[in-house]
Structures are given as structure tokens and as C-alpha cells.
Write a protein that binds this ligand. Structure first.
Ligand SMILES: O=C(O)CCC(=O)C(=O)O
Length: 283
């Protein structure tokens, strides 16, 4: 089928499958997201839609891949996944997926805001034998002066329980920066201790089907187990923030770097509306 195949005989074909219609979000998803800092939305994309876009996403992921060393030579964070970012800028088919109004509207409705902008996308492909994703909070990296940041995490393949699906720490999003800093061995140990000391509860939504999606807030503590299977865990993520958000403190090198890379070098106090931050949905 030309429309859904993604490639025909190696030639890339643009899909006619649009992702711009409204999805009926349940009240339960909204209250889970706001209360716990995470939720799952089942069947946000159909299998046919995933099939239409995932070849282009996979192709762009491998083209943009930075670290090509074998797993054994990488550190803990490097072993967690192949991570390729802002794929929408190199492929029209991926751009259509990332700019999907359906996904952006769900993000806005979960946060309860009237518009969302793109921060960036990233593919997170956990290889067979890939390691844990250490506990971390995303917003340590993001110089965004708002609590209204959210990641959509959508598997492009079915994710059974034994293939590292994300584990979220419920309620951790209300605490802002919990102090674990950069993702790696130290954040894993720091947050392991913090979770047991504070008696936090954690939750995973595995098993997940291709096209299901989880959403988590920028301050929600999360990580993922290793992939001990022989299947690549192919996941695409899209990160959004509320329209009107200003650039926050550039108080660590990661945030300085993110402001340069994703926010058009906007400075603290300026509206975060750089050329890579289109408004993807507004009421
Ligand atoms: O995919 C993973 O293993 C971790 C995902 C993650 O950290 C994120 O989407 O913020």
C-alpha cells in the first residue's frame, strides 16, 4: 500500500495519513496526569498510522545517531538507548508526525492550557541488551519557567512487560528539583535512596501496544529497566510546553546548552518562541 508503506522499493513515500483530528481524552487520564504527574492514553495512534510513520522515524533515527560505539564501550547513560533528536528538521514525514495536532491537543488538555509549543522531539531506541535508563527528572535540563511541560512517549512496536517501559514515580512532579542532577549512575543511586526514604510509589504502564502513549510532566521522576530481549524497543517522544512560557534560569551547563540548541538562544525572561518552537496546537 503506497500510502501506508513509508517506503516502496527503498524510495520514501509521504503518507496521506494525517494525525490532526481530535482525540477523546478521558477525565480519568486528565485527573491521573494532574494528580500523579503521568498517565497513559491507549490507542492514541492506530497500528496503520504507526506503520505509516515508523519507517521514516527509524530511518531518521539511524541517520542522526551520534554514538556508534558497541554497547560494551558506552557508559550507563550511553547504554540506555540510541537517542536522536529533532528528527522533524530532516524529514518531511517525521515532521508531519511531530506536528500532529491530535498529539499536541492531548498534551494541552492534560496540562489544562490553551496552546502548546514544541520543545523538541527525540527517538529513544533501546537496543537488545541495552541497559537501564537511570532515574532522572527532565526539567533539570530545560530552562523553561513553567510547570507546564510534558513529554509524549509513544512506542512504535509493542512493548511487553520485559522490555524496558518507563517507570514513573507518582507525585514526584509536585516537588520541582529533587536534587539528583544529571542522569547516570549517580542519579540512579541518589533517587533509589530518595524513593525508599520518602516511600514514593512507582508505576509502569507495560505492556504497551504500538500507538499507545504515556505522558509525563517535566518534573516527574522516571527511569526504565534494561531491555533483556532480542527486540529493539523503538520509541518516539515529543516534548511540549505551554504557549507563552518564558525562558527560565540558565543556571547549569545543560540548560545553557538547551537554550542554544532548542530555544534559538533566547535568554532568561524572554518568551520561549524560537524558530524551532512552533505553536502546534491552540484552542
Ligand atoms: O525511554 C526511556 O527509557 C526513558 C524515557 C525518558 O527518559 C523520557 O522520555 O523522558
Amino acid at each position: 500500500m503506497a500510502d501506508n508503506a513509508g517506503t516502496i522499493a527503498g524510495v520514501s513515500v509521504l503518507s496521506n495519513t494525517t494525525l490532526d483530528d481530535a482525540f477523546r481524552l478521558s477525565e480519568q487520564s486528565i485527573s491521573d496526569y494532574r494528580g500523579k504527574g503521568h498517565t497513559v492514553v491507549r490507542n492514541l495512534a492506530t497500528q496503520a498510522e504507526v506503520d505509516a510513520y515508523s519507517p521514516a522515524i527509524a530511518d531518521a533515527t539511524f541517520r542522526m545517531r551520534g554514538d556508534e560505539r558497541p554497547l560494551a564501550e558506552r557508559d550507563t547513560y550511553g547504554k540506555a538507548f540510541i537517542q536522536s533528536m529533532n528528527l522533524w528538521t530532516i524529514d518531511e514525514q517525521v515532521r508531519r508526525f511531530v506536528f500532529a495536532r491530535r498529539f499536541a491537543r492531548v498534551a494541552a488538555e492534560l496540562m489544562g492550557v490553551t496552546g502548546v509549543r514544541l520543545y523538541h522531539d527525540q527517538a529513544l531506541f533501546k537496543e537488545p541488551g541495552g541497559g537501564i535508563t537511570p532515574w532522572h527528572q527532565d526539567q533539570v535540563y530545560w530552562p523553561l519557567d513553567t510547570k507546564n511541560t510534558i513529554t509524549m512517549w509513544m512506542p512504535l512496536v509493542d512493548v511487553p512487560t520485559d522490555v524496558g517501559s518507563v517507570v514513573f514515580v507518582s507525585g514526584s512532579h509536585t516537588s520541582d528539583d529533587l536534587g539528583g542532577a544529571e542522569i547516570g549512575d549517580r542519579s540512579e543511586q541518589y533517587f533509589d535512596e530518595l524513593i525508599s526514604r520518602r516511600g514514593f510509589e512507582s508505576q509502569s504502564y507495560a505492556p504497551m501496544r504500538a500507538g499507545d502513549a504515556t505522558f509525563h510532566s517535566g518534573w516527574t521522576l522516571h527511569g526504565a529497566p534494561a531491555n533483556e530481549t532480542s527486540t529493539m524497543r523503538r520509541v518516539m517522544t515529543i516534548i511540549y510546553y505551554a504557549d507563552g512560557t518564558r525562558v527560565g534560569a540558565l543556571d547549569n551547563p545543560m540548560r545553557e546548552n538547551d537554550a542554544r540548541q532548542w530555544l534559538g538562544s533566547r535568554r532568561t525572561g524572554e518568551v520561549a518562541d524560537g524558530p524551532l518552537n512552533p505553536l502546534l496546537w491552540s484552542a
